[in-house]
Every structure is written in structure tokens, then in C-alpha cells.
Design a protein around this ligand. Structure first.
Ligand SMILES: Cc1ncc(COP(=O)(O)O)c(C=O)c1O
Length: 378
């Protein structure tokens, strides 16, 4: 038998083992006593009865799947309502729902950066924005993290159309982008600004309207935002928000919209119910920020190196990938689930524990989490 064309994968697997970078799947039980600081259910809505009932009702009414792409049979009344209410809530003219935040970022960047466009991308951007840049026909220039001056410099290198792309809250360290500075840089050069508000929606801005709204950028003719429905809204899916002409362009050209099955009705129904809940209970956004601040204060008081959170993500540095994995496992054994970020998920090569605040955590649970994470480090 000839050698397998995939035998080189064995060396890759050995390298991963050597470097402490093996990833494994661990199905979670439906019910557990673990205190969850690893998921992204920031507002505690994923299991809210109104959200789960809406998902079930949508599946019963419309079926288990969307049955086709949005332009063929995959658009339901729920998709249209969700688009209208999301755009209104976040302060944008129009919205387009896609099957994930990942697909939304690919759609926004590729459709807005055709051949001849300069794309200026923050070095700390999420993988989905990076992949959008890779797929776009324009030319990408990566600039140092959270540095509007570097964006200005990059935009100044070329005449012609340009867009800058940035997370609003960076997923690894939970720090916020300097949105006012980025917008000023873009406006000085007539460039568009694409903001991934995956971690801002539901957490930042008045009642959780998101980072662009908080920065006074929502609804501007030169600003486009993307969101995921899978974090604060406790569902699944993504959306692009922006001027109607941008949304119309995406409907007609964005490949991850046109050639992808529409978001499942259950997910659209769940996200819609969560959005309505958030509108009714705006205090959830403030609560998740307070929980994040309390986690950070507790961890730093214990001598841990934690980044001050600008939203719900609290990042704690670990000495090595192996130590991070061990630390997270010890936390889990003591009853607290935390995330563990290692290369290649972290561009700077520094491994971290990643704790996510939730609006439904009690003060006692926050104290317990701090005690467990701190004790497990030793
Ligand atoms: C900043 C950021 N953008 C985009 C995404 C992708 O969203 P989705 O999970 O809905 O594909 C994520 C995480 O999942 C994220 O953290």
C-alpha cells in the first residue's frame, strides 16, 4: 500500500503534544453543578423560559431548519422581525441576519473590500475578521493593536477606497477599541469603519445597545457593525448592521449570505425573544459589567495578573500553555468552569484563563469563583 497522503498529520499531532497545544472535545451535560464562567451567555438568557419557549414555538411553526438560503426559501417572518428590531435597538438604518457571527464578518469585510480597496486591520482582531480580510479581494494592512495613529498612517499610504476593521471589545483580553479615535482616523481619509460588536451588544451602551451606539457611531453613513446572536442574546447566528445601501449590497453580493442556508427559525425566534427581554430589562447590561468589575477586583486583590475588563471578558495571564491547561482543569475539579486560551488563539503567544461574567451571577458566586481560581493557581 502506498503511504497515506495524510501521514504528515502524525508529525503535526506530535508537535501539538510536545507544545502543550492539544485540543479535545468535552460534551457538557445538560445539567451540572459547575459554576460556568467559560461560556458566552453574558446576560444569562440562553435558558430563560421566554427564550427557550420562543425557540420551540418557532421550530414547531417553521420547522427544524430554514430549508434553504435566505434568498430562496430561508427567510421567515421571524428573520424580518429580528432584522427590524435589531437595527432599531442598536440605532442603525438596516440589518441583515446570517447563520453566524463568523459568516457576518466574512460578509461585511469581503463585500466592502473589493479589488483595489485597502483594508486596515487591528492586530488583535478576531479570527473571523482576519479570515474576512484573507478572503477579500482588497489588500490588507495589519496595524498595531488599538492604535488609531497607526490606522491614520496606513490610510495615508494610499489613495482610493479604504475600510478599517476592528473588534469593539477584543475577545482575548476583553479590552475595548478606541472607537472615537478610529472613527476620526477613518473620517480624515474618507474611509469606512467596520466594527465587530460581538462582545459589546447587550453589555455596552445604554441598556446594552452596543459599543457603536455608546460611541455615537450607530447609524452613521460610514459605519457598519457586525454582531453575534450567540453571546448576549443566548441564541445562535449573526447580523450585519449599517446603512440600507450597505445591507442591500450584501443581499446581492455577500457569498456567506447568498450561498448559505438561512439561520434556523428556532435560533431567530430565540434571539428575537432575548432582544425583547433585554429591551424590557435594560439593567442586565449594567449588571454584567458590575460582575466583570467585581471578578477583576477580586482576582487582582489575590495577586493575579488580570486585565481590567471593559465589558464582560476577564482575562488572567498564565505562565505557559501547559500551566494554563492545568490551572483550568484544577478550577473545573473545584467546581468552576473557566476558558483557557492558548496559541494559536492568542496572537501574542501568551496563554490565559478567560473568565466571562454573567448578569445572573450572585455576589456569593463571584466570591467563590475568585477563591477557586486563586487557590487553583497554587
Ligand atoms: C469577536 C468575535 N467575533 C465574531 C465571533 C463569531 O461569532 P459566532 O460564534 O456567532 O460565529 C466571535 C465568537 O464567537 C467573536 O468573539
Amino acid at each position: 500500500m502506498p503511504a497515506s497522503p495524510f501521514s504528515w498529520l502524525d508529525e503535526e499531532a506530535r508537535r501539538r503534544h510536545r507544545d502543550g497545544l492539544v485540543r479535545t472535545l468535552r460534551p457538557r451535560p445538560a445539567a451540572s453543578d459547575l459554576l460556568d464562567l467559560a461560556g458566552n451567555d453574558y446576560l444569562g438568557l440562553a435558558r430563560h423560559p421566554e427564550v427557550t419557549s420562543a425557540a420551540a414555538a418557532a421550530a414547531r411553526e417553521w420547522g427544524g431548519g430554514a430549508t434553504g438560503s435566505r434568498l430562496v426559501t430561508g427567510s421567515t417572518r421571524l428573520h424580518a422581525e429580528l432584522e427590524g428590531e435589531l437595527a432599531a435597538f442598536c440605532g442603525f438604518e438596516a440589518a441583515l441576519v446570517l447563520s453566524s457571527g463568523y459568516a457576518a464578518n466574512l460578509a461585511a469585510v469581503t463585500a466592502l473590500a473589493p479589488h483595489g480597496t485597502l483594508v486596515v486591520s487591528d492586530a488583535g482582531n478576531h479570527a473571523s475578521l482576519i479570515d474576512g480580510c484573507r478572503l477579500a479581494r482588497g489588500t490588507t494592512q495589519v496595524v498595531p493593536h488599538a492604535d488609531p495613529q497607526a490606522v491614520r498612517k496606513a490610510l495615508g499610504t494610499r489613495a482610493g477606497p479604504a475600510v478599517a476593521v476592528s473588534d469593539t471589545v477584543f475577545s482575548v483580553d476583553g479590552d475595548a477599541a478606541p472607537l472615537a479615535g478610529l472613527a476620526a482616523a477613518c473620517r480624515a481619509y474618507g474611509a469606512g469603519l467596520v466594527l465587530d460588536d460581538a462582545h459589546g451588544l447587550g453589555v455596552l451602551g445604554a441598556g446594552g445597545r452596543g459599543a457603536p451606539h455608546a460611541a455615537g457611531l450607530a447609524g452613521a453613513s460610514d459605519v457598519v457593525a457586525t454582531v453575534t446572536l450567540s453571546k448576549s442574546l443566548g441564541s445562535q447566528g449573526g447580523a450585519v448592521l449599517g446603512p440600507a445601501r450597505v445591507i442591500d449590497h450584501l443581499v446581492n453580493t455577500a457569498r456567506t449570505f447568498i450561498f448559505d442556508t438561512g439561520l434556523a427559525p428556532a435560533a431567530a425566534g430565540a434571539a428575537l425573544a432575548a432582544l425583547r427581554l433585554l429591551r424590557r430589562e435594560p439593567g442586565r447590561a449594567g449588571r454584567v459589567r458590575a460582575v466583570a468589575a467585581a471578578l477583576h477586583a477580586g482576582l487582582t486583590a489575590e495577586g493575579l495578573e488580570a486585565v481590567r475588563p471593559d465589558a464582560a471578558v476577564v482575562s488572567v495571564r498564565a505562565a505557559s500553555p501547559e500551566r494554563a491547561v492545568r490551572w483550568a482543569a484544577d478550577c473545573r475539579a473545584a467546581g468552576v468552569a473557566v476558558g483557557c486560551f492558548r496559541p494559536p488563539s492568542v496572537p501574542d503567544g501568551v496563554s490565559r484563563l478567560r473568565l466571562t461574567a454573567r448578569a445572573d451571577l450572585t455576589d456569593a458566586q463571584v466570591d467563590r469563583a475568585v477563591r477557586v481560581v486563586s487557590a487553583a493557581r497554587r
